[in-house]
Write a protein that binds this ligand. Structure first.
Ligand SMILES: Cc1cc2nc3c(=O)[nH]c(=O)nc-3n(C[C@H](O)[C@H](O)[C@H](O)COP(=O)(O)OP(=O)(O)OC[C@H]3O[C@@H](n4cnc5c(N)ncnc54)[C@H](O)[C@@H]3O)c2cc1C
Length: 502
């Protein structure tokens, strides 16, 4: 195959061969194939993936590149902006056809707009697909032709319209590159790995890449999926799927997961198991909702969806932010979560809510600060899910938990980590503390602390705030803020959705 008009597939958040409509369409064209990945080393803000994500991208690209090689092609890696790189490549390979899967992220949208204009001007064929969401987010609107802001009606509408075709198989063989292949940079030259290797904990926990994603899904389906409805709030149990980084980088499609879960449900008659499968699918639709919201409200990455919250009186202070980031707040479940995040690049959903509530309500720090820290440290850092999650907790986003709903870190710990197994795993200095005190070490009698080798203020911090007092302060700040803003109508219409997210 020596065509002078090859197919170029631009890979972004779709580093997979299976169920990849852009790749399958390019393969179908039966011309030489260029698989392109562009890294923009000058990107800034949320356009630059955080440190943990960069670690993931390196390994995911390595795995993807090996996979392409086995199938008869090679990954072409280039540096620059997508438009710069593509226009150069199209000069080298004129009349190529360009294929890509759409992204809901604001920059992905901008790239696409620029690309479409460029391709039209140059009279080059461009082919775009929806490979990363279950449906095209622009096709689902309310009766008044506005985007949905509440989950349940969105979900009902999605259920009514969803007709997913079976996932596309991974092409066994790919067309080769053009006879004079495009130049490619070595992966190492992107410098995605940290200079000082802090990633040991992440390495132990994760296997980036399409094979890793499929193995994780199989493992989940083998057993934990059956307990999902019952145990998904238990941070000490491995009963959630851990599919989030694989989904974020598109190593597996949401459609493929959807079909796998539906299939498991069809062949299983046990009512409890079937309930678990439905609960899981609902979370996949929360991801869909997050993508949808980002596509329709791109400004929410930095600004609250409800603009009334623009002037909320957040505190601007860095010491307590640092204690939160380091897992040294003195609240065991908060510290356990922040340390799990630091060591493994991931945190359980229940604990994400607890730690986010602690930052925004107990400490009254802006949700954007927390979102930024998560962005840098999560291997699954996802602009859509992270924005939705933080705005939900802070009370200013779609279907949000009202601001006055403040998580109590002690009772949350007692309820969801009753025997303290999760805390003991991530906060080893509290290992010797009996269950009764594990979520409030400062209440333990001196003798109990001494027997557990704990010296508060030395081996483990005193609580950095009094939760009851901090809660009152947050409510006062909120009431005063509300008085000036007439927030009642927004909040009451939002309240109906909160049970769904929890
Ligand atoms: C403050 C905060 C920040 C968050 N930041 C991110 C983020 O950056 N990236 C991210 O992927 N998720 C984020 N989430 C959502 C959720 O915590 C993670 O998706 C989940 O913990 C991932 O673990 P899992 O794959 O085992 O989830 P499972 O429970 O097995 O769920 C399966 C999949 O459904 C999706 N999902 C589950 N819960 C949610 C949810 N609440 N919102 C949207 N999608 C969901 C995810 O894609 C997940 O992989 C955040 C939540 C909060 C409260």
């Amino acid at each position: 195959m020596t065509s002078s008009a090859p197919s170029i597939v631009l890979f972004q958040y779709d580093l997979r061969l299976a169920d990849n409509p852009a790749l399958s369409a390019a393969v179908h064209r039966k011309e030489a194939l260029i698989c392109l990945y562009v890294w923009n080393q000058k990107a800034a803000g949320y356009d630059m993936p955080g440190a943990a994500s960069r670690w993931w991208i390196h390994h995911s690209l390595q795995s993807f590149s090996d996979h392409l090689k086995t199938a008869g092609n090679d990954l072409t890696i280039r540096l620059g902006t997508t438009l710069e790189v593509l226009s150069n490549l199209l000069r080298e390979f004129p009349k190529s056809h360009v294929f890509w899967n759409q992204s809901c992220e604001p920059t992905g949208q901008e790239i696409e707009r620029e690309l479409l204009t460029f391709l039209e001007t140059e009279k080059i064929e461009g082919h775009r697909f929806h490979g990363n969401t279950l449906v095209d987010p622009t096709t689902i609107l309310t009766q008044t032709h506005n985007p949905y802001r509440v989950f349940t009606p969105f979900w009902k509408r999605l259920q009514g319209t969803l007709s997913l075709s079976p996932p596309l198989p991974a092409p066994r063989t790919l067309p080769p590159q053009p006879s004079v292949p495009p130049k490619s940079l070595p992966l190492d030259s992107l410098k995605l790995l940290p200079k000082i290797d802090w990633a040991e904990g992440i390495r132990k926990r994760w296997t980036p890449g399409e094979h890793g994603a499929q193995t994780a899904l199989r493992k989940f389906l083998r057993n934990p999926a059956k307990f999902y409805a019952m145990d998904r709030d238990r941070p000490d149990l491995p009963h959630t799927s851990r599919m989030s980084p694989h989904l974020h980088f598109g190593e597996i499609s949401p459609g493929k997961i959807w079909h796998a879960i539906q299939h498991a449900k069809q062949i299983n008659r046990n009512a409890q198991d079937r309930k678990s499968y439905d609960t899981y699918l609902r979370q996949i639709v929360w991801r869909e909702f997050a993508q949808y919201l980002l596509r329709h409200f791109p400004h929410t990455v930095n600004e609250p969806l409800y603009s009334a919250y623009h002037n909320f009186p957040w505190r601007l202070e860095t010491d307590s932010l640092r204690s939160w980031q380091q897992g040294l707040t003195g609240f065991s479940i908060v510290d356990a979560g922040m340390r799990e995040l630091w060591q493994t690049g991931w945190m359980h959903n229940r604990v994400r809510m607890i730690t986010a509530s602690f930052l925004t309500k107990d400490l009254l720090l802006p949700w954007q600060k927390g979102a930024k820290w998560f962005w840098n440290t999560l291997v699954d850092a996802d602009l859509a899910n992270n924005t939705l999650g933080w705005q939900w907790v802070a009370g200013c986003g779609a279907d949000a938990s009202p601001f006055f709903r403040i998580f109590n870190p002690i009772t949350q710990g007692i309820k969801f980590d009753s025997d303290g197994r999760y805390v003991r795993k991530w906060v080893p200095e509290l290992t010797g503390l009996p269950c009764r005190w594990i979520h409030q070490p400062w209440e333990a009698p001196p003798l109990v602390l001494a027997e557990a080798n704990i010296s508060l203020g030395e081996t483990y911090p005193y609580p950095m705030i009094d939760h009851a007092a901090a809660r009152n302060q947050a409510l006062i700040a909120y009431r005063q803020f509300k008085k000036g803003k007439n927030l009642q109508s927004t909040l009451s219409s939002n309240d109906q959705g909160q049970a769904a997210y929890l």
